[in-house]
Design a protein around this ligand. Structure first.
Ligand SMILES: [Zn+2]
Length: 149
């Protein structure tokens, strides 16, 4: 049922922000090879996934912010579930550091995909008439301007 998916639902299932139907990534799994490879355009509505040259450079900041959020959340969870003190003979904070490091490492592919989808969704808004209306052309993707970067 087109148009029934929420913004969050689209983001969480890695779908195009314009139609919330088409899957943006070539692969369905974050842990497969080339899992951040995207279709050039949304398979459902034709929305270009790279709006301009170098569009995804900014996702570094998004995944950084997501990582910080995860660190904070894991620390709070650790403190509640296991307990953390800053005394010299309490090693639990170091266990948390190890845990957090591993967690971030393991979640890296998920974070990378997620930050790309989030990033795209901040620039492309939902179009209820995506089935009949054409997507806006990518503005600065043409080759003449590619060497601006
Ligand atoms: Zn789409």
């Amino acid at each position: 049922m087109p148009g029934k998916r929420s913004y969050l639902g689209a983001v969480l299932t890695s779908r195009c922000p314009r139609c919330r139907e088409g899957k943006i990534f070539l692969s369905n799994h974050a842990y497969s090879k080339n899992s951040v490879k995207m279709h050039d355009a949304c398979p459902a509505c034709g929305q270009p996934t790279e709006i301009e040259v170098g569009f995804y450079y900014g996702t570094g900041y998004v995944s950084y912010a997501l990582s910080i959020g995860l660190l904070v959340a894991s620390f709070i969870a650790w403190k509640l579930l296991i307990g953390v003190t800053f005394s010299v003979d309490d090693n639990r904070i170091f266990y948390w550091m190890g845990f957090a490091f591993l967690l971030l490492l393991l979640l890296q592919p998920v974070l990378m995909r997620f930050s790309r989808i989030l990033w795209l969704s901040w620039f492309v808004s939902y179009d209820p008439n995506w089935q009949t209306r054409k997507p806006r052309e990518a503005e600065r993707i043409n080759k003449d301007q590619a060497n601006n970067w």
